[in-house]
Design a protein around this ligand. Structure first.
Ligand code: G6D
Length: 325
């Protein structure tokens, strides 16, 4: 498979660049309230930059398709149908499917469709035992633009029982520069998952009322005296489950998903990564809204099941719908 970049664009000005390296969203441009194109997703200049050891050392997953298991799995593995499967881990915890995972595979470009709703379909396989996970997996990632909506659909099948939890790890900034402090955010989540010092869920849900995690109403993002978000929110309906808005550009992003959780992550900076227009960003340059199942669900029977069995199809649908006001 060759490294390639697919460009999709709609007549409404939505434009996406996606590379088959990790089925990664490299760039997303939308029109702001003045009709100017804004880069709302942070990315590296070229597809080849994602293969660089410098980037990979950072483990930032910029725009990447993340799995086999997005988020963290504890206990060094999980029990499934009476067997304990040890997975690759560091001190008992694995992040985002392990070090060499789906985000670092060269995916096949199965099809590209032009027309009013352009799309690209990628696929890859993950062999039984990859980073310790059972089952030979066939995974598809479809990116589709419909007017001003980016729709990402992950599907997968397995030939043996396994666990699966995929997501997209795009870093959004609706101004394309500066900080996301000052953006406004609503997340329809009355609870978050309590996490321990390793960022592994304890199993407890915590009400957000009167905490810094209460985004049930549109709320200004500010991180004074707080290291930012790295938090699983337990979603309720109806969609859109989250809305992000920037007064400066007038861009509104509604997030719709069929998933029960959304991990919000706001890095304090981009580290040593040479993202496009890096000099223009400030502290808290972006926010990730990772739609997924609960982290560590394989070890928490009271969480929604992440088990995928032969004959069933995994599906994660994530839509980012843009407008201006
Ligand atoms: C850190 O804890 C965070 C993760 O949630 C995030 O996905 C990653 O950085 C990029 O490990």
């Amino acid at each position: 498979m060759e490294l390639t970049t697919i460009v999709l664009q709609t007549p409404k000005g939505l434009r996406a660049e996606i590379t088959n390296y990790g089925a990664t969203l490299m760039r997303l441009q939308v029109l702001d309230k003045h009709g100017n194109l804004v880069d709302v997703v942070a990315g590296l200049p070229e597809a080849k930059d994602y293969e660089s050891p410098l980037y990979q050392k950072q483990q930032f997953y910029l725009g990447a398709t993340v799995g086999r298991y997005a988020g963290r799995i504890s206990h060094g593995g999980f029990e499934l149908e009476g067997t304990f499967f040890e997975i690759t881990h560091k001190d008992g915890v694995q992040l985002h499917g392990g070090v060499s995972s789906l985000d670092k595979q060269l995916w096949k470009v199965d099809s590209v469709a032009d027309g009013s709703s352009p799309s690209v379909l990628f696929s890859t396989t993950s062999e039984a035992g990859h980073n310790g996970f059972p089952g030979n997996l066939k995974v598809f990632a479809k990116y589709e633009l419909i007017d001003t909506e980016l729709r990402i659909t992950y599907t997968a099948t397995t030939d043996a029982p396994t666990v699966l939890n995929l997501t997209n790890h795009a870093y959004f900034n609706l101004n394309g520069k500066g900080s996301v402090e000052g953006h406004q955010l609503q997340v329809k989540a009355p609870h978050i998952l309590e996490v321990d010092e390793r960022l592994v869920p304890t199993g407890r849900l915590v009400a957000v009322v009167e905490t810094p995690y209460d985004y049930q109403k549109m709320t200004h993002l500010t991180f004074d005296g707080h290291y930012g978000l790295d938090t699983p929110f337990v979603l309720t309906g109806p969609s859109p489950q989250a809305t992000l808005f920037s007064e400066a550009t007038g861009i509104v992003m509604e997030v719709r998903t069929n998933q029960p959780a959304m991990v919000l992550f706001t890095p304090q900076d981009f580290g040593i990564m040479q993202v496009r227009d890096k000099a223009g960003f400030k502290r808290f340059p972006a926010i990730c809204l990772e739609c997924q199942n609960f982290p560590d669900a394989p070890n928490q029977p009271q969480f929604p099941s992440a088990v995928l069995r032969p004959g069933a199809k995994y599906m994660n649908e994530i839509s980012f719908v843009f407008s201006t006001k």
